[in-house]
Design a protein around this ligand. Structure first.
Ligand SMILES: NC(=O)C1=CN([C@@H]2O[C@H](COP(=O)(O)OP(=O)(O)OC[C@H]3O[C@@H](n4cnc5c(N)ncnc54)[C@H](O)[C@@H]3O)[C@@H](O)[C@H]2O)C=CC1
Ligand SMILES: NCC(=O)COP(=O)(O)O
Length: 319
């Protein structure tokens, strides 16, 4: 029955990017959900005409652009529009109208240029929902790569990895792998921060002073944690075998591997939020906007993951 299907909001993202046109691929799909694309209806129709597609069969919730948008050309005057779209989906999730929100990419720099401080959906949704700590995790090609720090200048990373932050991060990953992914006792591999995981303290002491004490504490509580492991070999097939997730210490340490292995099907999920949010793994690809050549594979994977988790949650409630 149609009414039993989860209602999923998809934000169309930066209007000048590929977000609006990859959302068009969600029209008339046979996915087990009702999909609602949030964005400016005329923008979606215009982008459809540009790439020879149609908006017929696409359910939408209209949020008006501030100024008309041209594919590939950023305009800071539309920064509040991008935020309106995210807020609309978030409010729908908080009200219980939407089972999940799936986000198309935004251009972080132009939101800031528009006068709105913004580092990413991850941090924005955490702040708006009053969640002190969330975790970014990207999944694809059999990997689930979480990061201990998100959008941070590299020189600020070591100071951000404290025992308390790391412990909270691992607890969130463990809890969400159980609750969202149905993994009974997740095995998590943890990367070191320094080359060779610090080489016994000769190449940095974060492994000895921060990471190892946290892992020992949480192992004593029963968590299945392996590490700290040298990051350069953590992602080799033999080391990965049997693991359910991998924790990198910073953005590019983990996400470069994930994107190499699974760019066309990668899904970004924010763990620890009171609502369910998944996302594409790619950015706004301005150079492709309006060409019709953008691959919607990651968006479909993000929608599928949202449906699976929402359905698992609904079934657990029903039991
Ligand atoms: N979830 C989000 O909102 C995300 C936003 N971004 C933002 O996107 C902007 C651009 O970031 P970049 O680093 O240039 O990464 P990007 O992912 O936009 O582009 C990297 C390369 O991948 C290609 N590409 C990206 N998506 C594609 C698709 N669906 N099909 C075919 N080819 C695709 C692009 O043409 C480019 O060659 C930045 O402002 C960044 O912050 C980046 C990642 C995620
Ligand atoms: N590289 C992943 C990324 O930048 C995603 O950011 P967010 O907007 O999901 O926080």
């Amino acid at each position: 029955m149609t009414s039993d299907l989860p209602l999923i909001a998809v934000t169309s993202g930066e209007p000048a990017g590929i977000g609006p046109e990859i959302c068009l691929a969600l029209a008339n799909t046979d996915l087990p959900a009702r999909i609602v694309v949030i964005g400016d209806r005329e923008l979606l129709a215009q982008r459809a005409r540009l790439i020879g597609k149609s908006v017929t069969g696409l359910d939408t919730e209209h949020v008006p652009l501030r100024v008309p948008s041209v594919a590939g050309r950023l305009d800071a005057r539309n920064a509040p529009y991008v935020i309106d779209v995210i807020n609309c989906a978030l409010q729908g999730c908080l009200d219980g109208r939407y089972a999940a929100m799936v986000t198309a990419p935004v251009q972080k720099s132009i939101i800031n240029a528009g006068g709105i401080p913004f580092t990413g959906h991850t941090e924005y949704l955490a702040e708006k929902t009053g969640t002190p700590r969330v975790v970014m995790m990207l999944a694809g090609a059999g990997l689930r790569v979480a990061v201990a720090t998100t959008h941070l200048a590299l020189k600020e990373v070591p100071a951000a990895i404290t025992q308390q932050e790391l412990e909270t991060t691992l607890r969130i990953i463990d809890t969400d792998l159980r609750n969202k992914f149905g993994i009974e006792r997740p095995r998590i591999l943890i990367a070191g921060l320094n080359p060779h995981a610090g080489e016994d303290g000769h190449l940095g002491r974060e492994e000895i002073e921060i990471i190892t004490p946290v892992l020992e504490r949480l192992r004593n509580e029963g968590m299945d944690l392996v590490g700290p492991l040298p990051a350069d070999t953590l992602f080799t097939r033999k080391v990965l075998a049997g693991s359910d997730a991998q924790l990198a210490m910073y953005h590019d340490q983990g996400l470069a591997v994930l994107k190499y292995a699974a760019f066309e099907e990668g899904v970004n999920i924010t763990l620890g939020l009171p609502i369910l949010r998944t996302s594409v793994d790619h950015g706004t690809a301005l150079g492709l906007a309006g060409t019709g050549r953008a691959d919607p594979g990651s968006l479909f994977a993000a929608v599928r993951m949202a449906i699976e988790i929402a359905s698992r949650k609904a079934n657990a409630k029903g039991n």
